[in-house]
Design a protein around this ligand. Structure first.
Ligand SMILES: Nc1ncnc2c1ncn2[C@@H]1O[C@H](COP(=O)(O)OP(=O)(O)OP(=O)(O)O)[C@@H](O)[C@H]1O
Ligand SMILES: [Mg+2]
Length: 231
Protein backbone atom coordinates (compact mmCIF):
# COMPACT_ATOMS: atom_id res chain seq x y z
CA UNK A 1 0.00 0.00 0.00
CA UNK A 2 1.50 3.35 -0.91
CA UNK A 3 1.64 6.45 1.26
CA UNK A 4 -1.39 8.16 -0.30
CA UNK A 5 -3.69 5.21 0.28
CA UNK A 6 -2.44 4.43 3.76
CA UNK A 7 -3.12 7.89 5.15
CA UNK A 8 -6.48 8.19 6.93
CA UNK A 9 -9.48 9.55 5.07
CA UNK A 10 -10.97 10.48 8.45
CA UNK A 11 -8.80 11.77 11.24
CA UNK A 12 -10.34 13.01 14.49
CA UNK A 13 -8.37 14.29 17.47
CA UNK A 14 -10.02 15.00 20.81
CA UNK A 15 -13.25 15.41 18.86
CA UNK A 16 -15.98 16.67 21.18
CA UNK A 17 -19.60 17.71 20.87
CA UNK A 18 -21.22 19.06 23.98
CA UNK A 19 -24.94 19.78 24.10
CA UNK A 20 -25.94 22.43 26.61
CA UNK A 21 -29.46 22.28 27.99
CA UNK A 22 -29.75 25.06 30.57
CA UNK A 23 -27.20 24.27 33.29
CA UNK A 24 -26.75 20.70 32.10
CA UNK A 25 -23.97 19.74 29.72
CA UNK A 26 -23.97 16.45 27.86
CA UNK A 27 -20.76 15.35 26.16
CA UNK A 28 -22.41 13.36 23.36
CA UNK A 29 -18.97 12.86 21.77
CA UNK A 30 -16.22 13.14 24.33
CA UNK A 31 -12.60 13.70 23.20
CA UNK A 32 -12.54 10.96 20.58
CA UNK A 33 -9.35 10.13 18.66
CA UNK A 34 -10.05 8.17 15.51
CA UNK A 35 -8.29 7.26 12.26
CA UNK A 36 -10.23 5.60 9.47
CA UNK A 37 -8.43 4.45 6.34
CA UNK A 38 -9.85 4.78 2.83
CA UNK A 39 -11.89 1.71 1.98
CA UNK A 40 -12.52 0.62 5.56
CA UNK A 41 -15.91 -0.77 6.57
CA UNK A 42 -16.64 0.49 10.07
CA UNK A 43 -19.54 -0.48 12.31
CA UNK A 44 -20.43 1.80 15.22
CA UNK A 45 -22.15 0.08 18.10
CA UNK A 46 -23.27 1.24 21.51
CA UNK A 47 -26.37 1.71 23.63
CA UNK A 48 -28.99 4.30 22.88
CA UNK A 49 -27.57 7.74 23.70
CA UNK A 50 -23.93 6.61 23.44
CA UNK A 51 -23.17 9.17 20.71
CA UNK A 52 -23.33 7.21 17.43
CA UNK A 53 -25.62 9.63 15.57
CA UNK A 54 -23.78 12.64 16.94
CA UNK A 55 -20.46 11.24 15.70
CA UNK A 56 -21.93 10.52 12.25
CA UNK A 57 -23.38 14.05 12.10
CA UNK A 58 -19.97 15.53 12.84
CA UNK A 59 -18.32 13.32 10.19
CA UNK A 60 -21.01 14.29 7.68
CA UNK A 61 -20.66 18.03 8.26
CA UNK A 62 -24.25 18.20 9.55
CA UNK A 63 -23.09 19.39 12.97
CA UNK A 64 -20.06 21.28 14.28
CA UNK A 65 -17.69 20.03 17.00
CA UNK A 66 -17.45 21.95 20.25
CA UNK A 67 -13.72 21.25 20.32
CA UNK A 68 -11.06 19.08 18.76
CA UNK A 69 -9.84 18.49 15.22
CA UNK A 70 -11.58 16.81 12.34
CA UNK A 71 -10.03 16.21 8.95
CA UNK A 72 -12.08 14.35 6.37
CA UNK A 73 -11.15 13.68 2.74
CA UNK A 74 -8.30 16.18 2.91
CA UNK A 75 -10.46 18.93 4.39
CA UNK A 76 -10.18 20.55 7.81
CA UNK A 77 -13.86 20.64 8.76
CA UNK A 78 -13.28 22.90 11.75
CA UNK A 79 -11.73 25.59 9.60
CA UNK A 80 -14.01 25.19 6.60
CA UNK A 81 -16.40 28.01 5.69
CA UNK A 82 -20.15 27.28 5.48
CA UNK A 83 -19.84 27.21 1.66
CA UNK A 84 -16.95 24.73 1.87
CA UNK A 85 -18.96 22.54 4.25
CA UNK A 86 -21.93 22.57 1.88
CA UNK A 87 -19.60 21.54 -0.95
CA UNK A 88 -18.08 18.83 1.25
CA UNK A 89 -21.54 17.46 2.10
CA UNK A 90 -22.51 17.32 -1.55
CA UNK A 91 -19.32 15.90 -2.97
CA UNK A 92 -17.48 13.83 -0.38
CA UNK A 93 -20.14 12.12 1.73
CA UNK A 94 -23.37 10.29 1.08
CA UNK A 95 -25.66 9.94 4.09
CA UNK A 96 -28.37 7.33 4.65
CA UNK A 97 -30.86 7.61 7.51
CA UNK A 98 -33.17 5.19 9.30
CA UNK A 99 -36.21 7.22 8.24
CA UNK A 100 -35.05 7.52 4.59
CA UNK A 101 -35.65 11.33 4.46
CA UNK A 102 -36.94 11.27 0.88
CA UNK A 103 -38.82 14.31 -0.40
CA UNK A 104 -42.48 13.24 -0.57
CA UNK A 105 -43.45 15.32 -3.60
CA UNK A 106 -40.60 14.09 -5.80
CA UNK A 107 -40.44 10.78 -7.67
CA UNK A 108 -37.77 8.13 -7.11
CA UNK A 109 -35.83 9.45 -10.11
CA UNK A 110 -36.15 13.09 -8.99
CA UNK A 111 -35.13 12.29 -5.39
CA UNK A 112 -32.07 10.50 -6.73
CA UNK A 113 -31.05 13.32 -9.07
CA UNK A 114 -31.60 16.20 -6.65
CA UNK A 115 -28.19 16.37 -4.89
CA UNK A 116 -26.38 16.34 -8.24
CA UNK A 117 -28.62 19.03 -9.72
CA UNK A 118 -28.06 21.13 -6.56
CA UNK A 119 -24.33 20.64 -7.10
CA UNK A 120 -24.77 22.21 -10.56
CA UNK A 121 -24.11 19.11 -12.64
CA UNK A 122 -25.65 18.93 -16.13
CA UNK A 123 -29.06 17.34 -16.14
CA UNK A 124 -28.60 14.71 -18.93
CA UNK A 125 -25.44 13.41 -17.27
CA UNK A 126 -27.15 13.29 -13.86
CA UNK A 127 -30.16 11.47 -15.25
CA UNK A 128 -27.98 8.88 -16.99
CA UNK A 129 -26.08 8.17 -13.76
CA UNK A 130 -29.33 8.03 -11.75
CA UNK A 131 -30.80 5.50 -14.18
CA UNK A 132 -27.69 3.34 -13.87
CA UNK A 133 -27.77 3.46 -10.08
CA UNK A 134 -31.51 2.76 -9.92
CA UNK A 135 -31.06 -0.17 -12.27
CA UNK A 136 -28.35 -1.60 -9.98
CA UNK A 137 -30.71 -1.07 -7.04
CA UNK A 138 -33.57 -2.83 -8.87
CA UNK A 139 -35.77 0.26 -8.95
CA UNK A 140 -36.20 0.69 -12.71
CA UNK A 141 -39.89 -0.17 -12.44
CA UNK A 142 -40.38 2.52 -9.78
CA UNK A 143 -38.76 5.58 -11.41
CA UNK A 144 -41.90 7.72 -11.54
CA UNK A 145 -43.34 6.66 -8.18
CA UNK A 146 -43.48 9.00 -5.18
CA UNK A 147 -42.00 7.64 -1.92
CA UNK A 148 -45.50 7.04 -0.49
CA UNK A 149 -46.03 4.29 -3.10
CA UNK A 150 -42.85 2.42 -2.19
CA UNK A 151 -42.08 -0.34 0.28
CA UNK A 152 -39.58 0.40 3.06
CA UNK A 153 -36.87 -1.53 1.22
CA UNK A 154 -37.53 0.43 -1.97
CA UNK A 155 -37.44 3.71 -0.02
CA UNK A 156 -34.08 2.83 1.50
CA UNK A 157 -32.69 1.74 -1.87
CA UNK A 158 -33.82 5.10 -3.31
CA UNK A 159 -32.01 6.82 -0.43
CA UNK A 160 -28.90 4.79 -1.28
CA UNK A 161 -29.13 5.91 -4.92
CA UNK A 162 -29.46 9.52 -3.76
CA UNK A 163 -26.46 9.12 -1.43
CA UNK A 164 -24.37 7.81 -4.35
CA UNK A 165 -25.38 10.22 -7.09
CA UNK A 166 -22.41 12.55 -6.50
CA UNK A 167 -19.99 9.62 -6.25
CA UNK A 168 -18.83 10.27 -2.66
CA UNK A 169 -15.77 8.56 -1.19
CA UNK A 170 -17.51 8.12 2.16
CA UNK A 171 -20.93 6.64 2.92
CA UNK A 172 -22.40 7.29 6.38
CA UNK A 173 -25.41 5.21 7.39
CA UNK A 174 -27.35 5.84 10.60
CA UNK A 175 -29.45 2.78 11.50
CA UNK A 176 -30.06 2.06 7.80
CA UNK A 177 -31.98 -1.12 8.56
CA UNK A 178 -33.91 0.19 11.58
CA UNK A 179 -37.22 0.52 9.71
CA UNK A 180 -36.84 -2.57 7.54
CA UNK A 181 -37.84 -6.21 7.93
CA UNK A 182 -34.97 -8.66 8.21
CA UNK A 183 -34.88 -9.61 4.49
CA UNK A 184 -34.76 -5.98 3.35
CA UNK A 185 -32.28 -5.23 6.13
CA UNK A 186 -30.01 -7.93 4.74
CA UNK A 187 -30.35 -6.55 1.20
CA UNK A 188 -29.40 -3.04 2.34
CA UNK A 189 -26.44 -4.36 4.32
CA UNK A 190 -25.25 -6.39 1.30
CA UNK A 191 -25.50 -3.27 -0.88
CA UNK A 192 -23.41 -1.28 1.59
CA UNK A 193 -20.90 -4.09 1.68
CA UNK A 194 -20.75 -4.17 -2.13
CA UNK A 195 -20.07 -0.43 -2.17
CA UNK A 196 -17.22 -1.05 0.21
CA UNK A 197 -15.85 -4.26 -1.19
CA UNK A 198 -16.28 -3.76 -4.93
CA UNK A 199 -16.17 0.02 -5.25
CA UNK A 200 -13.73 0.76 -2.44
CA UNK A 201 -15.93 3.28 -0.63
CA UNK A 202 -15.32 4.00 3.01
CA UNK A 203 -18.53 2.96 4.77
CA UNK A 204 -19.48 3.79 8.35
CA UNK A 205 -22.64 2.27 9.75
CA UNK A 206 -24.18 3.08 13.14
CA UNK A 207 -26.49 0.27 14.12
CA UNK A 208 -28.00 -1.77 16.94
CA UNK A 209 -28.52 -4.64 14.54
CA UNK A 210 -26.16 -7.60 14.25
CA UNK A 211 -26.71 -7.68 10.46
CA UNK A 212 -23.59 -5.58 9.85
CA UNK A 213 -21.27 -7.59 12.07
CA UNK A 214 -20.03 -10.03 9.48
CA UNK A 215 -19.05 -7.20 7.11
CA UNK A 216 -17.24 -5.05 9.68
CA UNK A 217 -13.55 -4.47 9.08
CA UNK A 218 -13.49 -2.39 12.24
CA UNK A 219 -16.06 -2.31 15.04
CA UNK A 220 -16.18 0.57 17.48
CA UNK A 221 -18.22 0.36 20.64
CA UNK A 222 -19.24 3.76 21.98
CA UNK A 223 -20.10 4.34 25.60
CA UNK A 224 -21.07 7.78 26.91
CA UNK A 225 -19.42 9.51 23.95
CA UNK A 226 -16.14 7.60 24.30
CA UNK A 227 -14.80 4.73 22.20
CA UNK A 228 -14.83 2.00 24.83
CA UNK A 229 -13.76 -0.87 22.59
CA UNK A 230 -12.14 -1.47 19.18
CA UNK A 231 -12.29 -4.85 17.49
N1 LIG B 1 -29.99 17.98 19.70
C1 LIG B 1 -29.68 17.52 20.92
N2 LIG B 1 -29.78 18.30 22.01
C2 LIG B 1 -29.42 17.86 23.23
N3 LIG B 1 -28.92 16.63 23.48
C3 LIG B 1 -28.80 15.81 22.44
C4 LIG B 1 -29.16 16.20 21.11
N4 LIG B 1 -28.90 15.16 20.27
C5 LIG B 1 -28.43 14.19 21.05
N5 LIG B 1 -28.36 14.57 22.33
C6 LIG B 1 -27.83 13.75 23.45
O1 LIG B 1 -26.53 13.32 23.11
C7 LIG B 1 -26.32 11.98 23.52
C8 LIG B 1 -25.94 11.12 22.30
O2 LIG B 1 -27.06 11.03 21.44
P1 LIG B 1 -27.00 10.26 20.05
O3 LIG B 1 -28.26 10.58 19.33
O4 LIG B 1 -25.73 10.59 19.37
O5 LIG B 1 -26.97 8.74 20.53
P2 LIG B 1 -27.09 7.39 19.69
O6 LIG B 1 -25.96 6.52 20.10
O7 LIG B 1 -27.22 7.71 18.24
O8 LIG B 1 -28.45 6.77 20.24
P3 LIG B 1 -29.53 5.82 19.48
O9 LIG B 1 -28.92 4.44 19.48
O10 LIG B 1 -30.73 5.91 20.37
O11 LIG B 1 -29.76 6.36 18.12
C9 LIG B 1 -27.61 11.55 24.20
O12 LIG B 1 -27.44 11.72 25.60
C10 LIG B 1 -28.64 12.50 23.67
O13 LIG B 1 -29.68 12.70 24.58
MG1 LIG C 1 -28.73 7.38 16.85
Amino acid sequence: MNEVFSSPIIKARQLTRIYRLGQVEIAAVDHIDLDILPGQMVVLKGNSGSGKSTLLSLLGGLDQPTEGELHVAGRDLRKASPAEITHYRRSSVGIIFQSFNLLPTLTVLENTCLPALLAGKPSPQVKARALDLLDWLKLTARLQHPPSHLSGGEMQRTAIARALINDPAIILADEPTGNLDSRNGEIVMELLWELNNKLGRTVIIATHSTLADRYAGLSLFLKDGVIAEYS
